[in-house]
Design a binder for this molecule. Structure first.
Ligand code: PSV
Ligand code: MN
Ligand code: MN
Length: 388
């Protein structure tokens, strides 16, 4: 039985998901970082590995950078290297969470000199974007406090806004700033951008080129994330996603692994709100692969997004609307669940083959020998980790 219509397949064909360069480095928890043979030693090798994901899936044509983890002498050369491998350089992520000066904040710090250092880092990131051709500067701030009374909550919001204004003013006409929120960690009492409302309040004062970034792992357990997706799309301020999944906190596990139904619900609202293949909404992964191989971990991730997008596109919208309008609760729910429970994997495999791709990208990558080759070639040097 064919369920994926030509219209659905054409939507899926346009789908693109940006990969984070740091997913290819070693990562772990604060207890242990496990290395894997063949882990990239520099940004050039991270991009080469990311290109493998695109080669087997045709889903991941761009790689996001994290500065300074991905520091190189020439971003023009890095851009050419990526293009030679069939991918582009994407979002540039700033990093103001690893310097001692930022212990009590960066863009919100009491000391103007520290704030200026953090602003200058963002301006340097925009210089990188000019060279790489990247559109988006993604800002996630590790700022906040641990104890009630420790910080002037309101003063920090005001300083944050002043700092963001200065960064925003440096953006080119075709560049954007996306502000990512996270409700806790590394600060545990308050975080300066804890939720979508704060991010929205901040970016709304900046202008049209400032949007909200929604990381699916950055909410309190039980939060209805698809509602936030709906609201931000409704407000025209959903700039990007950091996709991952989690069981407890900011676990950064493979997207769709912990809760495929949540991924389905999110993608349904993306589609409902006109966000699918909308250039204003960037789809990105933000994941770590602590115990599994990184390249197949990323292949699995983009396939999970594709699969749940296909299922969300299957929802019979006319039947759903009719049931909603007539107040038929169970019929509406049944329409929704019918789509979610449809196994689209065989059809997606056949469709991939019809486009010259492997039906099973995981198996094709495993059979390619690439993993053994990088394990043999990349001996010596320092393996890149989360943070290098
Ligand atoms: C913070 O938890 C975050 O989600 C931000 O996007 C960082 O840039 C990223 O993780 C680093 O992995
Ligand atoms: Mn993130
Ligand atoms: Mn995170």
């Amino acid at each position: 039985m064919t369920t994926l219509t030509p219209a659905i397949l054409s939507e899926l064909e346009k789908q693109s998901i940006e990969l984070p360069s740091w997913a290819f480095g070693n990562s772990g928890t604060r207890f242990k970082v496990f290395g894997t043979p063949g882990t990239p030693r520099d940004p050039w090798e991270k991009i080469a590995d990311a290109a493998q994901v695109n080669k087997y899936t045709a889903l991941a044509p761009a790689v996001a950078l994290h500065i300074p983890w991905d520091l190189v002498d020439s971003y023009d050369d890095l851009r050419k290297h990526a293009e030679d491998l069939g991918v582009a350089l994407g979002t540039v992520n700033s990093n103001t969470f690893q310097d001692d000066e930022y212990k009590f904040g960066a863009l919100t710090h009491e000391d103007a000199a520290v704030r200026q250092k953090a602003i200058d880092h963002h301006l340097a990131c925009i210089d990188v974007m000019d060279a790489t051709g990247s559109r988006d500067l993604k800002i996630w701030l590790a700022e906040g406090s641990n104890y009630p009374g420790q910080a002037d909550l309101r003063g920090r919001q005001d300083r944050l806004n002043e700092s963001l204004q200065k960064i925003y003013a440096r953006l080119g006409d075709d560049q954007r700033l996306v502000l990512e929120y996270k409700f806790f960690e590394p600060a545990f009492y308050h975080t300066d951008v804890p939720d979508w409302g704060t991010s929205y309040a901040q970016v709304s004062t900046l202008g049209d080129k400032a949007m909200v970034c929604l990381d699916t792992g950055h909410h309190a357990p039980g939060t209805n994330i698809e509602f936030i997706v709906m609201q931000l799309l409704r407000l025209g301020k959903l700039g990007s996603f950091d996709f991952n999944s989690r069981f407890y906190a900011d676990d950064d596990l493979i997207v769709g692994a912990a809760d495929p139904f949540q991924l389905f619900r999110i993608l349904f609202e993306v589609i409902r709100g006109g966000g699918l293949n909308n250039p204003d909404v960037a789809f990105m992964l933000d994941q770590c692969h602590n115990v599994e191989d990184k390249i197949p971990g990323q292949i699995r991730s983009v396939l999970n997004v594709q699969e749940m997008t296909a299922r969300a596109l299957l929802v019979d919208k006319d039947a759903l609307t009719a049931a909603q309008k007539s107040g038929d609760v169970l019929a509406a729910n049944a329409v929704f669940m019918d789509a979610f429970y449809t196994d689209v994997r065989p059809e997606l495999a056949a469709w991939r083959e019809s486009r010259g791709l492997a039906g099973d990208p995981m198996a094709a990558y495993a059979a390619s020998g690439y993993q053994a080759k990088i394990a043999a070639d990349r001996v010596g040097g320092v393996q890149a980790g989360w943070g290098a």
